[in-house]
Design a binder for this molecule. Sequence first.
Ligand code: ATP
Ligand code: MG
Length: 637
Amino acid sequence: MTSYADFYRQSINEPDAFWTEQAKLIDWQQPFTRVCNYDKPPFAHWFEGGTTNLCHNAVDRHLKDRADQAALIYVSTETGVEKTYSFTELHAEVQRMAASLQALGVTKGDRVLIYMPMIAEAAFAMLACARIGAIHCVVFGGFASGSLASRIEDATPKVIVSADAGSRGGKIVPYKPLLDEAIRLSSHKPEAVLLADRGLSPMQLVAGRDQLWSDLRAKHVNDKVPCEWMKSTDISYTIYTSGTTGKPKGVQRDTGGYAVALAASMKHIFDGRAGETYFSTSDIGWVVGHSYIIYGPLIAGMATLMYEGLPTRGLDKEPDGGIWWRLVEKYKVTAMFSAPTAVRVLKKQDPALLKKYDLSSLRALFLAGEPLDEPTARWISEGLQVPIIDNYWQTESGWPILTIANPVEKKASKFGSPGIPMYGYNVKLLHESTGEELTQPNEKGVVVLEGPTPPGFMQTVWKDDARFVNTYWKTVPGKMVYSTFDWGIRDKDGYYFILGRTDDVINVAGHRLGTREIEESISGHAGVAEVAVVGVADTLKGQVAMAFVVPKDASVLANSAEALKLEGEVMKRVDQDLGALARPSRVRFVSMLPKTRSGKLLRRAIQAVCEGRDAGDLTTMDDPSALQQIRDRVEAG
Ligand code: ATP
Ligand code: MG
């Protein structure tokens, strides 16, 4: 067995040999002639000359050995629907969808915007696009008209696929009126809109434009649509970043490199084996949903569990904090992928729920999207008794940058660290102002990647090469490196710790501190459920830290004596862990924190409010009342 160190070294020093080997994990129609074309940095073109198809690799190629095996397991605790599609059935549904899209005029290279709740038809639509070479642009179903309109404008789709409504915690959210309004706002108009009718909310169809999926499906029920063989470098899809630090960026991805990257990650990182079941709790609107609800597990020949609903509500629509564990037992899930924010929700449930089900099929839980704080990691690790594997990546990367590749070589995880650089990623830490590479353990710097970036990584910003180069590759003077805009350290064993966004580094009296470090210290206090720390301008010290805490015990919010006591304890804790410089100037208590729709803390909005500035673009924000609470607290002094 190779050591991970050797495996990694080969990926960096002999990338052609390394990726040629990995490329065998997928089917190619035409073999590639060049592994990586990096003639024009920073643009990396993977597997030139090769032709393949994502849908073929995810669906068709499994028909030979596993036609009757489950491919898509759909569970909605919103509507009570639970349905399994075998590879044969998925193949048929995808072809019906592909034929319907073709009937609406979609051909290779056309954009299809998918604005859908978590329903099986959304998976059919994505795979159908891949099948016929259309570029899908999935927009998270929770976005309202304004955000949707700007994405329609940017993607200029020929067709939009949508549905009558979504549902969140039993509350119906009609999509159709939001979509109609978005199309009205956009200067680009789609030629057709294909609508799945779930019977949740009545729809007004626009004559000549709107079509019902049930009608087209019936018309094309027996259609056979062959896979379009795509160049490896052809675009498969575009997707937007979460918009945590500003205006979302349109990430563009290729076909062959992405397929290889996902197949390799399923094998070397997620230990996903054909015939088993994978359960990612994300949403198709996010990159995790693209890579690890739809394409990754299916490419690996696994069944993928697609879930609509809250983690705390059962199929009978009654409260059930054990629903996810119930599904793990029922479908013998072997790998599960979620986010720290979801685990924090579950942490508020009865811990006995974790013991109620037979979870012996589960080999690991993967978490990503945000820093995984130690108390949350410990809680879920003790409850599940399986490795909890943090993984750090970005919409831009498409698959993990830092984690542990246990299937290659078993390595211990360290609490607070997502792990070590994954094969193909030449990760470096650079001094923020000089751009000098930091080589000593525990030095703080910006996490960057040296090109060429590996297969699966973004090709460019959609329609805007200049923005790609200028945004990501030109932040360090004199060097062309990809900046992650995250700030971190590497310990003596090579494990990285992400200390926050580079925007979130605060400078107190000349000392650089990551807000994440302070948050980590505060979240260790037993009375703290969640915390956000931001740097706020201060005439004396340059900046000071300000903490917003969601207390475990809500009574703190209404009791100023208790609040004062907890504030004192929190400050003392930071003093002890990090020193008085890091001590927040105030600790304020709120019932919730402002987050993006993908569950990430919106520190920039909190900071703006603290500094009395305009909070900027808030279209990616989840619940506006959270920011209002911050405003009220700040104004109350
Ligand atoms: P935008 O780029 O639009 O501001 P975003 O960066 O939040 O939004 P995503 O691509 O969804 O958009 O998130 C990637 C970021 O999430 C990373 O750059 C990092 O800051 C954070 N992140 C993801 N996983 C982890 C992790 N395991 N530990 C710490 N931070 C993480
Ligand atoms: Mg980002």
